[in-house]
Ligand binder design. Structure first.
Ligand code: SF4
Ligand code: ZN
Ligand code: ZN
Length: 311
């Protein structure tokens, strides 16, 4: 008793893990300050940028786009574009893309859409009927490939994604569970291991914002997506790790912050350890690759072989 946890006399909209309860106005101020502080703390933006925001139409990417767009209005040297990938997931992506188009139209933001169908010849739904692969594995490879290639072609200086603290926490644990520390070395608010002109630097302005905070911010600002998650996500490894982490957070408040904060302390050592890996050029498509042929081309080839063997 006696400790005052409410910010003011207004009705609280969220209770933070510290126990503090914030009203709508104080929460919006808290959230936006946190994002701007993250940008400064991790040096995510330079004075002049032509930023792309990877836009899915979901709450996280709409939140990051909305905040960066405001920053751009206050600072004309920061230019904003939205980049969306249409994987071709019926009943899901078609709907979120409508939200993305509406938001960009209303806010006068240039939106570039690239699709698997156009780039790889098939939609994700079609691919999954042909190949026996985990949906998120192939989808992730194709998405990262397209986002990087198209961002570079569009001459974007950075690509901002909507990854939040929960996403990062899940990735850290997933990599630990797979004994894949090299992938963890690529994580952090600034993605990747080394600067290379073939890679457009990816940044995560919502890095320190929890899923709950992003959802609350999106709700208050009318950015909350009403569509359910991707039908392929439900049984994914990530979904299971997410549920486990949420269970731990309920029992031990602050677990997610602790995992990410301790990870941030080891990250410089990880980046240092893995910084000298070689970047090759895929002999098929000339995109950067860890091997002679990039993962996207390997899957495209597998798809071609499967389709041909059916004819
Ligand atoms: S959940 Fe998996 S299949 Fe669905 S969009 Fe994300 S990566 Fe692709
Ligand atoms: Zn208040
Ligand atoms: Zn390739």
């Amino acid at each position: 008793m006696g400790i005052k946890l409410n910010c003011c006399s207004e009705k609280p909209v969220i209770s933070l893990y510290s126990g503090e309860k914030l009203c709508k106005n104080h929460f919006v101020e808290y959230f936006e300050n946190k994002v701007f502080k993250t940008i400064r703390q991790f040096d995510l933006l330079d004075k002049e940028e032509n930023i792309g925001v990877a836009l899915s139409g979901g709450k996280d990417s709409l939140t990051v786009l909305s905040i960066l767009n405001r920053l751009s209005k206050e600072n004309p040297k920061i230019k904003i574009n939205a980049v969306a990938i249409d994987e071709g997931i019926a009943g899901y992506r078609d709907k979120t893309l409508i939200t993305a188009k509406e938001f960009c139209g209303k806010n006068n933001i240039k939106l570039h859409i690239f699709s698997y169908k156009e780039e790889f010849g098939l939609t994700l739904d079609e691919i999954l009927k042909i190949l026996d692969v985990k949906p998120c594995t192939i989808c992730g490879i194709f998405r990262r490939y397209l986002l990087n290639k198209k961002s570079r072609e569009l001459k974007l200086t950075k690509l901002a994604t909507g990854h939040n603290l929960d996403d990062e926490c899940q990735s850290i644990l997933m990599n630990q569970m797979r004994n894949d520390i090299k992938s963890s070395a690529r994580l952090g608010p600034k993605v990747g291991l080394m600067k290379n002109e073939l890679f457009v630097q990816r940044i995560k302005p919502l890095y320190l914002c929890t899923e709950k905070e992003v959802t609350t911010y999106a709700f208050i600002n009318g950015l909350l997506d009403t569509f359910s998650e991707c039908p392929n996500a439900i049984h994914s490894f990530r979904a299971q790790v997410r549920d486990t982490l949420n269970g731990l957070e309920n029992k031990f408040s602050g677990t997610k912050y602790s995992i990410v904060n301790s990870f941030l302390q080891t990250l410089p050592f990880l980046k240092e350890k893995f910084k000298n890996g070689e970047i090759k050029i895929c002999k098929n498509c000339n995109e950067p690759s860890a091997n002679e042929v990039c993962n996207a081309c390997i899957y495209v080839e597998k798809l071609k072989n499967k389709v041909n063997s059916r004819i």
